[in-house]
Design a protein around this ligand. Structure first.
Ligand SMILES: *Cc1c(COP(=O)(O)O)cnc(C)c1O
Length: 446
């Protein structure tokens, strides 16, 4: 059987121009182990992008496998309205101890975009039910990404995903995001005072009154090209949201579970959001699950006699799926018992050092920015002026295709190549990945 041909006969792949598959047919993966994937012809790939950022602890982790199989043989799923199960309860008990202070109530869904939709509706309804009916708008940062459904796209600002759908989207207030690589104030992210925050102050002054919530990707704007900005920005934003009674929504879908070196990105800032969305790493990349977590204060605004009509009438069929909860419990066990985040801290120093040594002085590498194990290589046509390559040249994509030949999955964001590996990656795989990456860059650019 020609599986690639059969695939293309039926499958419309996500986020792809399907015509590209004529030249680069889908790679049919048979198995995974740790940071490695193997295709049906036996070729090995290093999964340096954690299978779209969700694989947290490697593929085919025996502890997670066992947790899911045990659960599978007990209860696969049950309606979550009026019914519950111990995996969900235990998971919330455990998460309550590790999420930023004050987040106490857990609303389950099954993907990141759904968790974002839930957060927007929750914030809107909270304002409505606390007498702030003028607060109907949302604020977000430019170049932000929060998922692909209509609400999530509305607070997303990347034209690549949202432009066509503009007539379908709600009107949002956009604030220029920090752009530390090309800082318009000539500052450096390591020691600046977030001069760019004045854009947020201006927006709040103008629109704060009519704004229900502000959603943000804390410290790392992932889809924008792994753009990294300082924790001070979050601190300032917390204070500004308090001043204007705006609900602060943290989209920790990409940053949660140790990706930035701490359990959650907000932990770097020492402040808490009012609502937090988590998904991706939550189940270690095993099961589709997401949670929107909020405070007692917000929860209580929905708590009333039924006929008052204040309930949050939001649901997903697969809310609280027991297989997902069991996987997530296993993930928390492993993070804890194997001291994964502490160990990843050390690996991160090695990874960044090695990448910097290998590519830091390359004529087309503008910057190698990093947070936790995430390292982003910004390719520029000219590193002095920081002029990017014309996106039509698809330089990143060409390097991606080369890297695939060499057995490295380096799926880029435009002209930004990045490493966002499972937290358990070890030095020898890092060395191999860097070698393959460097070779691919040389073959395309030199
Ligand atoms: C991936 C992602 C989402 C969307 O999650 P899906 O599960 O793909 O719907 C939202 N926000 C951020 C920051 C993400 O990285």
């Amino acid at each position: 059987m020609d599986w690639q041909k059969e695939d293309l006969k039926y499958i419309w792949h996500p986020c792809s121009q399907m015509k590209d598959y004529e030249e680069l047919p889908p790679i049919i993966i048979k198995s995974g182990q740790g940071v490695h994937l193997t295709d049906i012809d036996g070729k090995d790939y290093i999964d340096i992008v954690s299978s779209w950022w969700c694989n947290l602890l490697g593929h085919c982790n025996l502890k997670i496998n066992k947790a899911i199989t045990d659960q599978l043989n007990t209860l696969e799923h049950v309606i979550f309205a009026n019914f519950s199960h111990t995996p969900a309860i235990k998971l919330c008990q455990r998460l309550a101890d590790v999420v930023p202070a004050g987040l106490t109530k857990f609303n389950f869904s099954d993907n990141g975009s759904a968790a974002v939709e839930c957060s927007l509706k929750m914030a809107f309804q909270y304002c409505y039910q606390t007498g702030n009916t003028e607060k109907t708008k949302f604020m977000c940062l430019s170049d932000g990404y929060h998922g692909e459904t209509i609400g999530a796209l509305s607070v997303g600002t990347l034209d690549l995903y949202a432009k066509i759908y503009k007539p379908m989207l709600m009107d949002t207030i956009r604030i220029d995001a920090p752009d530390c690589f090309r800082c318009p104030y000539g500052k450096c992210r390591d020691d600046c005072e977030c001069e760019c925050f004045k854009k947020a102050e201006e927006a709040f002054e103008k629109h704060g009154k009519e704004t229900a919530g502000m959603i943000i990707e804390p410290l790392l704007q992932g889809s924008a090209g792994m753009r990294i900005y300082p924790p001070l920005y979050l601190k300032k934003l917390r204070a500004l949201c308090d001043e204007y009674g705006v609900i602060l929504i943290a989209d920790e879908i990409a940053t949660g579970f140790g990706r930035t070196g701490k359990m959650f990105a907000f932990d770097h800032a020492g402040v808490s959001p009012d609502i937090m969305c988590i998904s991706k790493g939550l189940t270690g990349g095993y099961m589709p699950m997401a949670i929107t977590i909020t405070t007692d204060k917000i929860y209580n605004a929905f708590y009333s006699d039924y006929n008052e009509g204040k309930a949050f009438m939001h649901s997903h069929t697969y809310s609280g799926n027991p297989l997902g909860c069991s996987a997530a419990l296993a993930v928390l066990d492993i993070l804890n018992e194997d001291k994964i985040i502490e160990k990843a801290d050390k690996t991160a120093v090695y990874l960044h050092g090695a990448l910097q040594d290998a590519l830091g002085t390359h004529k087309n590498v503008g910057e190698i920015r990093h947070i936790g194990l995430i390292n982003a290589i910004e390719l520029c046509e000219d590193t002095i002026t920081k002029k990017g390559f014309d996106t039509k040249l698809r330089v990143g994509y060409s390097i991606y295709k080369k890297a695939l030949e060499h057995g490295l999955i380096l799926r880029p964001l435009g002209n930004v190549l990045y490493f966002n590996p499972p937290l358990i990656i070890e030095k020898n795989d890092i060395d191999h990945a860097i070698k393959k990456c460097v070779q691919s860059i040389h073959e395309i650019l030199d």
